[in-house]
Design a protein around this ligand. Sequence first.
Ligand SMILES: [Zn+2]
Ligand SMILES: [Zn+2]
Length: 116
Amino acid sequence: MTSIPACPRCGRAPLTALRVAYTRNRWGGGGPRPRPEQWWECPACGWVGYRDTETAPLTTMRRPEGGEADCFFCGEEDGNVVSEPWRQEDGELRDWIVCLHCGTSNQRRVRPPAGG
Ligand SMILES: [Zn+2]
Ligand SMILES: [Zn+2]
């Protein structure tokens, strides 16, 4: 039995489960494989995020604006969500972009703001 978490942002609604699966690179002709994370969306406020297991905390993702929102791989408009950036041990800033349409994820180097 899967427990449905409440929205961490507005708390008003139980989240809606999203089916996110790898639909590209289907080696061997198999069907789409679900991604390892559980993905959720809030029908009330639009919050989107995931958790690694049923007992793990929810991680918030954001929906990027502009060209960043469109998947580079499958071309789906507004398919992408992006994590908060984190700093690696070598000081490099990275974030994680995931297309909820085709399941493709990619770590990116984040450029520091110009002029700093
Ligand atoms: Zn909400
Ligand atoms: Zn895609």
